[in-house]
Design a binder for this molecule. Structure first.
Ligand code: SF4
Length: 221
């Protein structure tokens, strides 16, 4: 179904002139609408401040290693490029082994690491209003994830860069809100798809087509 102008998104655009600028922009296009704002972002990315440093490091990594380095390797190069000497690792309890391997890899690049588990603080879920029946193990102490405390500990340690390994949907948002250092995701948790959430999209036209159907999409509430 064709979308009207009001509902047109970049994801509907087949022109994508914003990338190479070798065609005409479509009639509805945020590049045209936000031209002045775009110019202001140039100042931001040219600056010697954090945004400028991060933007240039990210673009250089794309240019130097495009399609050659894994995301894991890119995170190490990124840390080097921004001059990070301390890398914090905010890890899920379920991916602590992976976090330990990752820490070793980062340390081979002469960068100090500190890993903090999501369950740090040991606060039972009942204390934040979660009923027993919503625990994985009702009746047990079941500590909630504590991304604000993970971030605080890494802030106090003086992390120059934080790496997220498997934080839950939402806990990652809290961590990023509290992290003083820039935060980069290495692994996103997907308990069903082996931490590869894109697989649901790749298979949405057939095996996972239930997610495109309002009648079969799980629990709308
Ligand atoms: S910014 Fe404009 S040209 Fe680029 S994808 Fe969006 S609508 Fe298309």
């Amino acid at each position: 179904m064709a979308k009207d102008k009001k509902h047109f998104n970049c994801s509907d655009c087949g022109i994508r002139n914003c990338y190479r600028r070798d065609r005409a922009y479509p009639g509805v296009c945020p590049t045209g609408e936000y031209a002045d704002a775009a110019e202001k972002t140039v100042e931001l990315y040219q600056s010697d401040g954090t945004d400028g440093k991060l933007a240039r490091a990210a673009a250089e990594i794309e240019g130097e290693y495009y399609g050659r380095l894994t995301r894991l390797e890119e995170t190490v190069q990124f840390a080097r490029k921004i001059g990070a000497v301390k890398v914090g690792i905010a890890s899920c309890i379920g991916l602590l082994d992976e976090a330990a391997v990752y820490a070793k890899i980062v340390e081979t690049a002469d960068i100090e690491t500190k890993t903090v588990i999501c369950k740090v603080g040991g606060i039972d879920k009942s204390r934040i209003g979660i009923p027993e029946e919503q625990k994985i193990c009702p009746g047990c102490n079941e500590s909630c994830c504590n991304p604000a405390l993970q971030a605080q500990i890494l802030n106090e340690w003086g992390a120059d860069l934080n790496i997220l390994i498997g934080l839950c949907v939402g806990h990652d948002a809290i961590f990023c809100r509290h992290s003083q250092a820039p935060a980069v995701t290495l692994i996103v948790k997907d308990r069903v798809l082996g931490h590869n959430p894109a697989a649901a999209i790749y298979t949405a036209k057939f095996y996972y087509k239930r997610i495109l159907d309002v009648k079969t999409f799980p629990d709308k509430k």
